[in-house]
Design a protein around this ligand. Structure first.
Ligand code: HEC
Length: 157
């Protein structure tokens, strides 16, 4: 390993360490961020009204308008997943989609670009609409295995 490789590895490790610890602390931390209650029913209307259905199917809701993109570009929201999406992750997926591309990004697109094809709705959505959207989407994700977290039984979701 030459000095340059070592330097690069050091840098990479530094970045990983920063990412691992940096999220919970500091002025940019999202700790303590809690959304007020929203309405899943209104969220569904926003989902349809904002044409999210052009690219998305929602698992278990076949009555929503059908996607208009090619079948291999459709991204299914919800269904059985190994890890249920938190509202923080869903909010980020909506208002900052390219930060971390979903594993559901169609493979062909993912090979070409690291930018999400999702159009930005940040200038159109009201805060309440965003909350309603997440309230609608979050319960669509079901965990594959039973959840043992105490919070799960408490909320009875
Ligand atoms: C032009 C197509 C397109 C439109 C329109 C679109 N999306 Fe997406 N969406 C995608 C693609 C592709 C991904 C996967 C890549 C990524 O993570 O951004 C995605 C990912 C997501 C995810 C993460 C899903 C998961 O389980 O990982 C959510 C949530 C989401 N979109 C919500 C929305 C909402 C809400 C709207 C409407 C305001 C919307 N999308 C409009 C294409 C679209």
């Amino acid at each position: 390993m030459n000095a340059h490789t070592r330097w690069l590895m050091g840098l990479a490790l530094g970045i990983v360490a920063l990412l691992a610890t940096g999220c919970d602390r500091g002025p940019k931390s999202v700790r303590g961020f809690v959304l007020p209650e929203g309405s899943a029913q209104r969220g569904e209307q926003v989902f349809v009204g904002m044409k999210c259905t052009a690219c998305h199917r929602v698992d278990g809701l076949p009555s929503l308008p059908a996607p208009t993109v090619a079948a291999d570009r459709v991204v299914v929201i919800g269904g059985e997943v190994a890890r249920v999406k938190s509202y923080g992750q869903l909010l980020t997926a909506i208002i900052h989609p390219s930060l971390e591309l979903s594993s559901k990004m169609p493979r062909e697109l993912a090979q070409k670009s690291s930018v999400s094809p999702m159009p930005s709705v940040n200038d159109q959505l009201t805060v309440m609409q965003l909350i309603d959207l997440v309230t609608f989407l979050q319960p669509q994700y079901r965990k594959l295995e039973p959840l043992y977290e105490p919070y799960y039984t408490m909320t009875g979701m």
